[in-house]
Design a protein around this ligand. Structure first.
Ligand SMILES: [Zn+2]
Length: 515
């Protein structure tokens, strides 16, 4: 009910705001000066259509300083997160998204009260209100056993035999740091974790200093992300890992990590794939524009820990399952493609998810073509032919799949098909100009489907509404231009040859989709 009330107040305020300019000019002098609005609570959501209570409003975070201690034996996490933010309204209270047990909250050095609401909201009320535009330093101290905390019906924190993984989308931060948990509010991060000696801690970005002894028997690891990052892209991998460091051709540090629990054949297949990270980033930079981040790498999780991969910023995390049949470049190409599409340019709302998954899948098609394993056109044709007109595949609208189908396979495959149709419609020069302009103009920010369509029309000079309406928003199989109606062409169109990359791409998508 609290959320509904806030929404009503927000709507009323919006209506009042839009009504004002319409008042007759003559009436203005007669009006008394509007009283300063009373400080009000920030809303418990950021207005996301699919996940209305994800993120919070009333403030904007610029930096998270997360300082933790983790005991793998008991899955006990204790810590302090310091949030640097700016109030975006006169705030009497505000929410953070978080589920662990909070022992104290301070706002601008004064003790604040903190109460629970919903299943992941922490309502913070400072002793004095915060004026719009004022900086806020919020210090939250907490502890808990993250794997024991359920929210949204589950725990996203994964306890592993030798440590833990904090890797998840769209909700993950709730289990390890209090946050404004929505990609619309990005920030820089310092992550520092103390663990028993001999345990590794891997996170995003660079290591500003090497792991160093703390109190007897404990070592502290430090990670820093200097480019803005969405909260769901921050990760922790704690356990027994083999680390490899290198320098990429572009001079950036590369750090890869492989769970020591991987069976040798899995570990070799994983290395044969993830060790090519810098090569893939170099290749993708040629297509998508300069790599947007400060470091490179990847992490392969312990067997069974997770069944998906995630494009965690600068350093994707992979389930070992991707490598059970041998090396798999397609998942690496997919997750690294996300560094441009998803990480640097993030969704403004989760309904725009095809801008992440469609591009990451299309990166795989382009890789397939570059490797001689099937052209993008061949993969398009084969994908199209695989799904009969009455297949449920065509009922999912990639441009607005609904909260339950954000990671449906159609968002990936039909998203990539949409991009391929766009490319055919505007030509290669305009298509890749569009791609690079998109990654440049929205770098470190957010994007929407409407903005992408508008840019595509501007760069191509073509009217593309019908194409996007057909491919993104129509729950039916689109017609595609067919080859001239000779019998041989008809046979080919009905049963295109399976591209050599198809099986590997599909195996990866089956794991990626639906988590
Ligand atoms: Zn993806």
């Amino acid at each position: 009910m609290r959320r509904a009330l806030v929404a009503l107040i927000a709507t009323a305020a919006t209506l009042a705001g839009t009504a004002l300019p319409a008042l007759p000019a003559l009436a203005a002098p007669a009006l008394a000066p509007a009283p300063a609005p009373a400080p009000a609570p920030g809303a418990s959501g950021l207005g996301d259509e699919y996940f209305p209570d994800y993120g919070n409003s009333g403030y904007d975070v610029s930096h998270y300083d997360i300082r933790l201690r983790y005991q793998p034996d008991t899955d006990t996490l204790t810590g302090t997160t310091t949030i640097l933010a700016t109030a975006t309204q006169d705030l009497s209270s505000f929410d953070l998204d978080f589920v662990l047990d909070v022992t104290s909250v301070r706002v601008n050095n004064r003790v604040a009260t903190a109460t629970r609401a919903g299943d992941h909201e922490l309502v913070v009320t400072p002793p004095r209100s915060i004026a719009a535009g004022q900086p806020m330093t919020v210090v939250v101290q907490y502890s808990g056993v993250p794997s024991s905390k359920r929210a949204a019906g589950f725990t996203a924190w994964t306890k592993t035999p030798d440590g833990a993984l904090a890797v998840g989308e769209p909700e993950m931060s709730w289990w390890w740091f209090p946050a404004n948990d929505h990609p619309a509010d990005k920030a820089t991060f310092d992550v520092s974790v103390s663990v028993p000696d001999g345990t590794e801690v891997i996170s995003n970005g660079v290591q500003p200093r090497p792991p160093s002894p703390e109190i007897l028997g404990w070592t502290r690891w430090n990670w820093r992300s200097v480019k803005p990052m969405a909260t769901y892209l921050a990760f922790l991998a704690i356990g027994q890992y083999d680390l490899r460091t290198d320098t990429a051709p572009n001079g950036q540090p590369v750090l890869t990590a492989y769970s020591q629990l991987l069976a040798p054949d899995f570990a070799d297949a994983a290395r044969a794939s993830v060790e090519r990270t810098a090569e893939v980033i170099d290749w993708e930079s040629g297509l998508f524009g300069p790599y947007p981040f400060e470091a490179q790498g990847g992490v392969v999780a312990p067997p069974g820990a997770i069944t998906f991969a995630l494009e965690t910023q600068t350093r994707p995390v992979y389930s070992s399952k991707f490598f059970r049949s041998g090396s798999n470049m397609y998942v690496v190409v997919h997750e690294l493609g996300h560094q441009w599409f998803g990480d640097s340019v993030s969704v403004a709302q989760w309904k725009h998810i095809w801008l992440n998954e469609g591009f990451a899948a299309y990166a795989e098609w382009l890789w397939s073509q570059a490797q001689g394993e099937g052209t993008a056109q061949e993969i398009f044709d084969y994908t199209y032919a695989q799904h009969a007109a009455d297949s449920p595949f065509w009922t999912v609208k990639p441009g607005d799949p609904g909260a339950a189908d954000v990671f449906d396979g159609a968002v990936y495959d039909r998203g990539a098909m949409t991009l391929h149709q766009l490319r055919l419609a505007v030509g290669d020069a305009a298509f890749f100009d569009l791609v690079r302009t998109w990654t440049t103009t929205h770098r470190y920010g957010n994007g929407t489907t409407d903005e992408f369509v508008a840019l595509a029309e501007r760069i191509s000079g073509k009217q593309l509404d019908a194409l996007f309406q057909t491919w993104l928003f129509t729950p039916a199989r689109p017609d595609v231009a067919t080859a001239p109606a000779t019998s041989a062409a008809s046979v080919r169109a009905a049963a295109p040859r399976q591209p050599r990359s198809w099986a590997a791409i599909q195996r990866s998508h089956a794991l990626l989709a639906g988590h």
